[in-house]
Structure formats: structure tokens, C-alpha cells
Design a protein around this ligand. Structure first.
Ligand SMILES: [Zn+2]
Length: 623
């Protein structure tokens, strides 16, 4: 497919110097006409799997000569109206351009002089990439349908016509009509109270990028967790969710102590049905989360720390384009670990950082050089392709390098001032580097010389001087693992009683490493011994189950296959299902098994997960 080179040029003034951030994943022209506010009005039609209604866009005219250009994907535009005085609307014209596979289609609306508001009547497509419509059978309660959105990276355009680039920040209101007895929630302040009368109103008064607009509708219950924190989930899941997430208020307080006030009012978490393709999504005021973090022992709440951290890194200071995604995710992983350390202690942080480094090294072994660069070039590609461990773990390691070199107290002051300086702005990597030089590096040339900033940001791989996080607890796990691998003790005598999820994950990865295990673990016998001792095939912990199932495929451990099938049929989180399908696809029999499972699972996966797995299995399009 041909790719159009773009278009959205936004001029940003930095320190008196004009630089240009080109967002080649948007058709929009915000340097000429900029959307400032959107009023949304929808009916949620579960029977047709569409949203139907209107969006009123308030625009700022920088150039009077230019039309308004918006991003859309699979939207049915019914009519466009234009207002000059802000109140009276008259018929307008529009053209919808040809649709690109990645970008969707530009919607061009000519604007008469002084026109500042545009009303677009439209409906979404049942196949909208940013919406997932679940049948009652696909929910935990199995009684009511469920809808949720996922706008990042460029899926907002599949349910709202707007300037779908993170360089444009907007405020919004929404009026949402649903079937009675369901609850609608958004990434915004709820103005309607708890009544389930099918009529909901929302308001977001802080300017946010389009990828943070979010909506969910379902049979939801709410539990208070703290003065400004709470959780929404299906009735079936709400008790477990409230217990598991009970440290949320403590996490908000810990983050405020480090980086300044939480600026979004409430912080609630919505636990979604298991088809949610991500671990979490940092929608402001309302994190969306996978139910696979509910392990029963709070061992997987690092995800909450991560999404909460985005309230500073990402939502407050935002990547201006998807090339700068590491500014969102690298900072967030770094802060996530600082929150975990503050709430659960340093050993927990060390374990998470060591696991992160291992993931990063494994991923680097399989990535092309161009994909190992923090300031990645994604021209002509789907920005979701940039979502590897590089922006997350390499980005976090870079910040750790700065922290360890300049000292924690100094680096904490720097980060806090960075968040204040760029609050409610979208910035590029160049802007960050300039700020870093002026506010940290330039004050101590000998320390600055130890940090190869350009290599970190613009070169593949990891600099030789990078920190190497280690965990003392993992050292003890390895000692026991070696004794078992060397035949000195049976699996049943490995002392695991006090192991955390992180120690289990480290153990399983360690015994799978070719350099450590040679051929010893490459056998179903070893797998059977572990399974008999620890019942890993039946583990209810999603991370441990995932790691075990991956090993089961590699070692052809057939007793785990029914669980593998059940796992792939019920969970849609991409982090888990993509590696499992990839591992299966490495052998002809495995590929057959993968196709048979995928044929059944595909209709219940989210459109984003479907795109990924179609690609892994080379699924014929149109099937
Ligand atoms: Zn994130």
C-alpha cells in the first residue's frame, strides 16, 4: 500500500528558536487551524455495534485561508454544519479523501471567514479499530453487553473526527445515551451521578491529546479505595479488584511526594473484561486495566504504578509525535519503579528492574537496528509497531543512568522541574534534550561527560556504560536453580515458600536460558518434575502461567496444552498472546495448533490484537 507523506506540520517555539515537529501519522494542519475543544454527543447502539451522533469542534484560526483538516478512519460522515457566531449553525461542505490502510482518510472542511465552530454528524463502523463491542458471553457476568475504547496510538480517529495527533491538546464534554441499567464512564469528570438512567454527561477541563479520550459502557459497579481513588469493575470482579488495588491511594501519595501534586482530581481504575489488548491504558482520571493483574496477592500491581505514573509522564507532559513515544514510556517505567520502591521497598524495585533488563536484552537480540533507537523513525509504519521494550525499558535505563550519575536528590529535583516546566504541553525529543542540557548536564561537565546522550537516544543497542540493575533475591533463586539443574536436589526441595511472583518469573526464565541450562531443561521430563512439585500448569497468576506455557511450547510439554488453549481463548492481552502464537508458529505442528486455536479465538479478540496476530500467523485477510 502506498503511504502518503505528511502533512501535519506543527511549529513549536523553543527558547526563541522555531523547530518543526512533523507528525507523519496525522493529516491534520494544526499550524493553520487548531482544534481547541470538542463537544461530543452519542447514542451507544449495541445492536448495531455503532456510536451515532455528533462532534462540535471549536477551532482557533491561525491562517484564515486554510480549511480544517481532520483525521478519520471508517467513519460515516452524514453532514457538516458551520457556525460563524458560535451559536447558529448553517450547512457546510466537506470532502472525505481516499483511505490509507494505516492513517485512515482526511476529512477536509472549508471554513468561511470568522467561522470558529464546526458540527459533524456521523456514525462509527462496527469494525472501528478503537472500539470493542463485547457480547454478554464475553464478559465476566455474562448478562450484559460491554463497550470499551482504546484510542492510543491513532485509533481515536475511528470513533471521533478530530486532529488525531498528540501535538494538539483539547478539552471536551460528552453527552452519552446508553441502554438503561448500564453505566457509562469516561476519562473525564462525571457530571451525572450514579443513576443508571441511560443518560450521562462528562467534562474534561484540562487540555489532553486525543489518544487519552476514552469511554466504557457496561454493567459496572464502583468501590471507593481512598478519598480520591476508587475502582470500577463488573459485579463478578469488583470484590477481588477492590482488595487487590487497595494500595492505590498510597501510590498516589508516594508519587506526589516525588514529583509534585496529582493534577487530575480523581484517580479511578476500571477493570475491563479479559479481551482488553493491553495491560493498562492511562486514560486521565480513569486508568483502564486488564483483569490479568488480579493475582490475589498484589504481586502484579506494578501495572497500577505504571498507569498512575503516566499522570505525570505522558498525560501532563506528552510526546508530541509517536517518534517521541519513549518520552511517555521510558519516564513512566522509571517512575513506576520509584513508586514501587516507595510503597513496597527497594528489593521489589530491584527485582522489577532486573526483570526489565532481561526483557530488554532478549528483545534487542531479535530487533532490527533501526527499531532499537529511542528516537525511532516510524515513517510509513503503524505507530503501534513502535511499542517494543525499547521505549519502555531502554528509556527507563537511560533515566536510571542520569539518576545514578548525578545522584538521586539532584535528579529528582530535575524531574520535578521538568514536569512543572512542560505541564499540559506536548514536546519533542529535541525539546527534552535541550531542557536536559540547560537544567542538568551543563551544571557539571565531568558528570555530563559520563552520559553518552546522543548514543542513548539516536543509536541502536545499549551503551556500554549503562547501569546493570541486579537483585540480591534473584541471586538466591539462581543458587537453588543451579543445584536443581545439576541434579543435587529434586524440584520438590527447592525452597519456594516465600517466593514472590517476581522470583518465580526469574526462576522460570533462568532455567530456560540456553547458557545456563544447556540441554537440561529442553525436555518434557524436567517440565513434568516442576509441574508435579509446583502445579504450574494450573497457576492462577497470569504472568507465571504465561511464562510456563511459553516453556511448555518450547519443550513440547503436552500436559500443559489444554491450559494453553484455554489461556489463548480467554485472554486477549497482546503481551501474552503474541509471544505464545509466535512460539507455536516456529514448528509446522505448532503452527497448525496455533491456527486451530486462533480460528476460534479471533472473533473475541480486540481489533488491535487481531491486527497483531494476523501478522504473526500470516492469516489470510478476509477470513
Ligand atoms: Zn505506559
Amino acid at each position: 500500500m502506498m503511504y502518503r507523506f505528511l502533512f501535519g506540520l506543527c511549529a513549536i517555539i523553543v527558547f526563541g528558536m522555531s523547530v518543526t515537529a512533523q507528525d507523519y501519522h496525522s493529516y491534520a494542519n494544526p499550524s493553520a487551524v487548531r482544534v481547541k475543544h470538542v463537544d461530543l454527543d452519542w447514542r451507544v447502539l449495541f445492536d448495531q455495534k455503532i456510536l451515532k451522533g455528533s462532534a462540535v469542534l471549536t477551532v482557533e484560526r491561525i491562517s484564515q485561508a486554510d480549511p480544517l483538516i481532520l483525521d478519520t478512519r471508517d467513519l460515516k460522515i452524514e453532514k457538516v454544519e458551520i457556525s460563524v457566531d458560535g451559536a447558529t449553525f448553517v450547512a457546510g461542505t466537506f470532502t472525505l479523501g481516499a483511505s490509507d490502510k494505516i492513517l485512515g482518510a482526511p476529512l477536509t472542511i472549508p471554513l468561511p471567514a470568522r467561522a470558529t465552530r464546526v458540527r459533524i454528524f456521523y456514525s462509527t463502523s462496527p469494525a472501528a479499530s478503537g472500539l470493542q463491542w463485547l457480547e454478554p458471553a464475553q464478559t465476566a457476568g455474562k448478562q450484559s453487553p460491554f463497550l470499551f475504547t482504546q484510542s492510543e496510538a491513532i485509533h481515536a480517529r475511528s470513533w471521533i473526527p478530530l486532529q488525531d495527533t498528540p501535538s494538539v491538546r483539547i478539552t471536551y464534554t460528552a453527552h452519552v445515551r446508553t441502554p438503561r441499567n448500564l453505566l457509562a464512564v469516561m476519562s473525564a469528570e462525571n457530571l451525572s451521578g450514579p443513576a443508571r438512567d441511560g443518560d450521562f454527561r462528562f467534562r474534561m477541563q484540562q487540555p489532553i491529546p486525543s489518544y487519552l479520550i476514552a469511554l466504557a459502557v457496561g454493567d459496572l459497579r464502583f468501590r471507593k479505595l481512598g478519598p480520591r481513588t476508587g475502582v470500577y469493575a463488573e459485579p463478578h470482579t469488583i470484590d477481588l479488584a477492590a482488595r487487590e488495588l487497595s494500595d492505590t491511594e498510597k501510590m498516589v501519595e508516594a508519587t506526589e511526594r516525588l514529583y509534585g501534586p496529582y493534577r487530575w482530581g480523581r484517580y479511578d481504575i476500571l477493570v475491563l473484561p479479559p479481551s482488553f489488548p493491553y495491560g493498562g491504558m492511562e486514560n486521565p482520571r480513569l486508568t483502564f486495566a486488564t483483569p490479568t493483574i488480579l493475582a490475589g496477592d498484589k504481586s502484579l500491581v506494578s501495572l497500577v504504578a505504571h498507569e498512575l505514573a503516566h499522570s505525570w509522564s505522558g498525560n501532563l507532559v506528552t510526546n508530541a509525535t509517536w517518534r517521541d513515544f519513549w518520552l511517555n514510556e521510558g519516564f513512566t517505567v522509571y517512575i513506576e519503579r520509584r513508586i514501587l520502591e516507595a510503597v513496597y521497598g527497594r528489593p521489589r524495585e530491584e527485582m522489577e528492574a532486573a526483570l526489565g533488563l532481561r526483557d530488554l536484552n532478549e528483545e534487542i537480540a531479535s530487533l532490527a537496528d533501526r527499531d532499537e533507537i529511542l528516537h525511532i523513525d516510524l515513517k510509513g509504519r503503524d505507530p503501534d509497531d513502535g511499542s517494543t521494550d525499547i521505549p519502555y525499558e531502554k528509556g527507563a535505563l537511560f533515566l536510571r543512568h542520569l539518576e545514578e550519575t548525578f545522584g538521586r536528590a539532584r535528579f529528582d529535583r530535575f524531574l520535578k522541574s521538568y514536569f512543572n516546566h512542560f505541564a499540559f504541553q506536548s514536546i519533542t525529543t529535541d525539546q527534552f534534550v535541550t531542557y536536559l542540557k540547560q537544567n542538568l548536564l551543563n551544571e557539571n561537565a565531568s558528570l555530563a561527560a559520563k552520559i553518552p546522550v546522543d548514543e542513548w537516544i539516536n543509536q541502536p543497542g545499549i551503551p556500554a556504560t549503562a547501569p546493570k540493575p541486579t537483585s540480591a533475591a534473584f541471586g538466591k533463586v539462581e543458587e537453588q536453580a543451579r543445584r536443581w539443574l545439576d541434579g543435587m536436589i529434586p524440584a520438590a526441595q527447592i525452597f519456594t515458600a516465600k517466593w514472590t511472583t517476581q522470583e518465580w518469573l526469574h526462576f522460570l526464565r533462568f532455567v530456560s536460558e540456553p547458557a545456563v541450562a544447556s540441554s537440561t531443561t529442553a525436555g518434557a521430563d524436567r517440565m513434568r518434575e516442576l509441574d508435579n512439585a509446583f502445579h504450574l500448569t494450573r497457576s492462577g497468576n497470569s504472568e507465571i502461567a504465561f511464562q510456563w506455557l511459553l516453556m511448555s511450547i518450547r519443550n513440547r510439554y503436552e500436559p500443559a496444552y489444554p491450559r494453553l488453549e484455554e489461556f489463548l481463548l480467554t485472554i486477549g492481552r497482546r503481551k501474552f498472546i503474541k509471544p505464545l502464537y509466535e512460539e507455536l508458529a516456529k514448528t509446522p505442528e505448532g503452527r497448525e495448533r496455533a491456527l486451530a486455536i486462533y480460528r476460534r479465538a479471533r472473533p473475541s479478540y480486540h481489533p488491535i490484537a487481531v491486527t497483531t496476530i494476523d501478522d504473526v500467523l500470516k492469516w489470510p485477510s478476509g477470513q
